[in-house]
Every structure is written in C-alpha cells, then in structure tokens.
Ligand binder design. Structure first.
Ligand SMILES: [Zn+2]
Length: 389
C-alpha cells in the first residue's frame, strides 16, 4: 500500500513513537532503528526529498534526507537520533502515543522523536515555500543513546563525500528551545589486574588480583581524581568515578582476576584521547614500585565534549531567530552528551536546540508538550529560511 502523509506533525510524531527503537545495547537488535528509518525514507520521498541510506558497520544505517534549493545556496544541517532508551518499567503504554492534556506520551516522544518530527515537518512546509534561501540536510542518526556509532560513522565515513559543507548543524535534543553550545564528553574504560590463583587454604601460594586492585583504586582515588581540576563555565567540572567492580571466581580460591570500570567526564577544552595515557602514567609508577603488579587498561567508549566554536556567527543566527520568536537567546551548556560533539570534530558549528524538556527524557511516563512541538516546527522552519550570512 502506498504510504500517505500524516495530516499533522502530532500525527507524524505519533507514528514515529509507534516504532519500537530501543537502543541495541538494551534490545540486542543491531537493526533496531531500521523500520522507522524505512518509514521516514518513504515519507521523505513522498514529499519529494532526496534520501540516502548511509551504512553504519555492524548496524543498520543512518538516513540522510536532503532538499537542494538553488545551486550554490548555503547548506544547513539538522540531526535527530532515532533510538530511545528502554521501554521496561514504564507506567504508560510506551508505543501508544496517547494524547492527554496537551501532551503526547510515549517512549522517545521527548528524546528525541519530537525534534525529528518537527524537523521533517518544518522541511515539508519549507519545500512548498516560494522563498528558499538555503539547502537543507536532515540526518536521522542511529545508536545515540549508547555508542554514538551512527554520528561517528557519518562524520568519519560519509561527511567528506557529501559534496557540501554546512554553515552549521542544529542538533535536535529537548532543550525547551534554549540554545546549547557546550557539553561534556565521556570516556569509559576498564582497568584489570591479574594475579595467580591458589587454594585459599594457603594464600601465600597465590597472588590476589583483588589485593592488587586495592592499590590501583587507592592511587586513583588519592592521586588521579583530585588532580582533575579543569572546569568550563557552561558545563561544570571534570569528573571521574569507579562505578563497577568484578573479581574472583570462587570463595575458596585466591582470585587471579579483578576489573573496575570507570567513567570520566571531560570538559570542553580537554581531550578524551589524553585520559588513558594520563592514567597509564600513574599505573606505570605503581608497577615500578611493585613489579608483581600486572595491570591493563581497555577502552570501552568515548564521545568528545562539545567545545563552543571559536566563531560564534552560527550561534548568532540561531539567537536572532529566537529573538524574533520572543524566546530566550542566552546560550547555555547541557549536562548530557549529544551527536553534536562528534559533528564539531569536523569543524561544523553546532547548536543543540529542540522542543521538549530533558526532565521528561528517559522517564517512566515520557511525554512532550504539543505546544513545544509546534514551537519547534516554527523554530526549525525559521532557521531554514534564515540568512546564514
Ligand atoms: Zn537524545
């Protein structure tokens, strides 16, 4: 059956929420976003847009929707992720998109299908306009909530082949339509100690990996964490914490293995690549003092911080549009990482802005206020029509 357009942006959002796109780290399905991406692709083609599937190795694909205005027109990029956090433990029907008291309820309604629906709807209206100063690219990315592999694949594999350089990128996240220009990045990794297993009737025959880990943990707590003094005005202080520990195999065996998982938040101006080498220098000192210490580090995940662009002229465009709408224009920092950090590594000026309140993201009764959604369509539409300078 040929696809038909939803009659309103509310209906478009409801349709998007009805697709279960729980992040693959939880659902175990590497193709979790595919059906929704196919639906949006069909809709975009119905509206007359060009679409491209951009493969993400080991997963499905990002969807790139483009609308070329006149040749030579500046490009403006939009980004919204398709995946959501888990639907387990929700107190509402997660995929029903129930509308009540001016709110649309459902997993992803706020984070961040609301921004994706608003962007596509705004583009649909823009394409019918007789004034189109800018060409528009809209990226529906995958795997934002856990690995950020979608946006990373876009930047490292596809961006250079697009044939255009956007003047800026709008990252859709629920910010109550306030502009965000900075956020912290994250580095997560494992430190493991090895020992020698032995029967616990004579522990002196073995080397306890847990005992060795105690030394590692105390060095991290006493030396490394207090050394993290960098801070950024908009995002706060650099952080590190040890959040998981595993070790040992049986109650009567001296353990030959112990591991801790750490989470380090890097502020704008810091580099994620510098984190493990700095900790390695500390571990090297411990190993020099105790040659029996066997310790390794293994990276798990990292995403870069978003550092405000040196040239704030793109932010100024967004601020001007917000001012015209009577909305607050003061740029802020957000406490959560987004696709924007990775976009900025390609020197694309980034502003994170979208309808909905992050307070309702990831909650057991996630919702978005429909008046926010409608203001979001208006904001994105005005940005598409804006003089990008
Ligand atoms: Zn999000």
């Amino acid at each position: 059956m040929p696809i038909s357009s939803p009659p309103t942006v509310d209906a478009l959002l409801a349709a998007m929420v009805s697709f279960k796109t729980v992040n693959s780290s939880v659902s175990g399905d590497p193709l979790t976003e595919m059906k929704l991406a196919e639906y949006l692709e069909a809709l975009a083609e119905l509206y007359g847009f060009e679409t491209r599937r951009l493969d993400v190795p080991g997963r499905s694909h990002n969807l790139l929707v483009t609308w070329t205005a006149t040749p030579g027109a500046p490009w403006l990029m939009f980004d919204s992720h398709l995946d959501t956090v888990t639907t387990d433990g929700m107190t509402i029907e997660p995929l029903a998109a129930t509308v009540r008291d001016g709110r649309l309820y459902g997993r992803g309604a706020c984070d961040t299908k609301g921004t994706g629906a608003a962007m596509l709807w705004a583009l649909r209206e823009y394409a019918e306009d007789n004034r189109q100063p800018n060409s528009i690219a809209l990226l529906f990315s995958i795997d934002e909530e856990f690995g950020m592999t979608g946006v990373r694949s876009f930047i490292t594999r596809d961006y250079a082949t697009l044939g255009f350089t956007p003047r800026g990128a709008i990252i859709g996240e629920p910010t109550l339509l306030q502009p965000m220009v900075a956020h912290n990045g994250a580095v997560r990794w494992r430190i493991a100690t090895s020992g020698v297993a032995a029967h616990s009737s004579d522990p002196s025959r073995g080397v306890s990996a847990i005992r060795k880990m105690v030394d590692v943990i105390s060095a991290i707590e006493r030396e490394y964490i207090p050394s993290l003094t960098r801070r950024h005005d908009l995002t706060g202080k650099a952080q590190c914490s040890i959040n998981i520990i595993h070790g040992g195999q049986q109650i009567n065996i001296v353990p030959d293995h112990c591991a801790i998982d750490l989470d380090r938040r890097v502020v704008p101006g810091e580099r994620g690549e510098d984190v493990l080498p700095a900790v390695q220098a500390l571990l090297d000192r411990l190993t020099t003092a105790d040659p029996a210490l066997q310790v390794t580090q293994t990276p798990i995940f990292s995403c870069p911080p978003l550092t405000p662009a040196a040239d704030q002229s793109f932010t100024a465009v967004v601020q001007r549009v917000l001012g015209e709408m009577g909305l607050p224009t003061e740029p802020a920092g957000c406490p959560f990482a987004t696709d924007g950090g990775e976009m900025a590594t390609a020197d694309i000026p980034v502003v994170i802005i979208g309808p909905g309140d992050i307070a309702q993201a990831h909650t057991k009764d996630e919702w978005i206020a429909l008046d926010q959604l409608h203001r979001g369509v208006e904001l994105y539409g005005r940005l598409m029509r804006a003089d990008l300078g």
